[in-house]
Design a protein around this ligand. Structure first.
Ligand SMILES: NC(=O)c1ccc[n+]([C@@H]2O[C@H](COP(=O)([O-])OP(=O)(O)OC[C@H]3O[C@@H](n4cnc5c(N)ncnc54)[C@H](O)[C@@H]3O)[C@@H](O)[C@H]2O)c1
Length: 275
């Protein structure tokens, strides 16, 4: 997949973020920094990666890939700035940033009954947290030399940022106003930011996953029930995606195979948005 450089993945303690971190290590990254508020989850992901590296589960991985753990809340501006800077200094550069940290919530009774506190929390984590990470990373990436492709030696990029939107970044679903607004916002942020730096070799894209089996979608019965109904009736493939299937899209957007792609929202959704 051509991701030989150094990565940060937020939300790496669970679900899709964990799958992304594993995928970077599997595909030959030199280092992966794992960010999350969940320390236990981070350690689990780190251990999984280290076991895979030791066993050479994938021949593309590097035995000397560095995997570091950072308890960071993406809502906290100063903590994000400090952690991103520290990782870039430690690794020597920063090539890929994946902003997977996020939360979901349904408003019982719909938007008329949505709590202001819920609205603010979702926007703070899903949109503002993504902005904090993007800003801190872009500032560093813009100053570094482009990385070369591991496959054909072409100059790739100064850096590549992949944000997490959703099918709810392009369509609305019921009882989900705050989450849907946050994911539309992530797509807007991605498109505008990609224009700012397209000529500087800094690529900024988003992935828009469909219904994917992770703790986010399975731990809340209200979310799970709504999702199962939609999966049965509205997803052409009539199944949920796996975190690994989303991670494959992310690694594509991060690495050299997508060197002419910026500002896009890649749907990985079992055909949901094509209907
Ligand atoms: N699962 C799906 O169906 C689906 C669909 C579309 C988009 N997404 C998006 O994919 C991303 C990953 O979701 P997932 O399904 O793997 O969820 P998940 O709940 O399994 O993982 C999310 C991770 O984000 C972390 N996190 C939450 N708040 C944080 C904060 N303030 N700072 C740092 N870390 C924080 C959590 O601790 C958790 O480890 C999210 O942005 C989500 O909105 C998921």
């Amino acid at each position: 997949m051509d991701v030989p450089g150094f990565a940060i993945v937020t939300g790496a303690g669970s679900g899709i973020g964990a799958a992304c971190a594993i995928a970077f290590a599997d595909e030959g990254s030199a280092g992966v920094a794992l960010f999350d508020v969940n320390h236990e989850g981070l350690l689990k992901t780190q251990q999984t990666i280290q076991e895979r590296l030791e066993k050479r589960t994938r021949s593309t991985s590097r035995a000397d890939c560095r995997v570091t753990v950072h308890v960071v809340n993406v809502q906290e501006e100063e903590a994000v700035n400090a952690a991103v800077k520290a990782v870039a200094t430690d690794f020597g550069r920063l090539d890929y940033v994946v902003n997977a940290a996020g939360i979901a919530m349904k408003h019982k009774g719909g938007v008329a009954f949505a709590l202001t506190s819920d609205w603010k929390r979702i926007l703070d984590i899903n949109l503002t947290g993504c902005f904090f990470m993007l800003r801190a990373s872009a500032e560093i990436m813009l100053k570094q030399e482009p990385i070369l492709s591991a496959i054909d030696g072409r100059p790739l990029q100064r850096g590549s940022i992949v944000n997490f939107s959703s099918i709810q970044g392009v369509a609305g679903v019921p009882m989900s106003a705050a989450y849907t607004a946050s994911k539309h916002g992530v797509l807007g942020l991605t498109r505008s930011a990609s224009e700012d730096y397209a000529k500087d070799g800094l690529r900024i894209n988003a992935v828009c996953p469909g219904y994917t089996e992770t703790p986010l979608t399975t731990k809340d019965p209200l979310i799970l029930q709504a999702m199962m109904e939609r999966v049965a009736t509205a997803v052409p493939m009539a199944r949920m995606g796996s975190p690994q299937e989303i991670a494959d899209g992310v690694v594509y957007l991060a690495g050299g195979r997508s060197s002419f792609v910026t500002g896009t929202g890649l749907l990985v959704d079992g055909g949901y948005m094509e209907r």
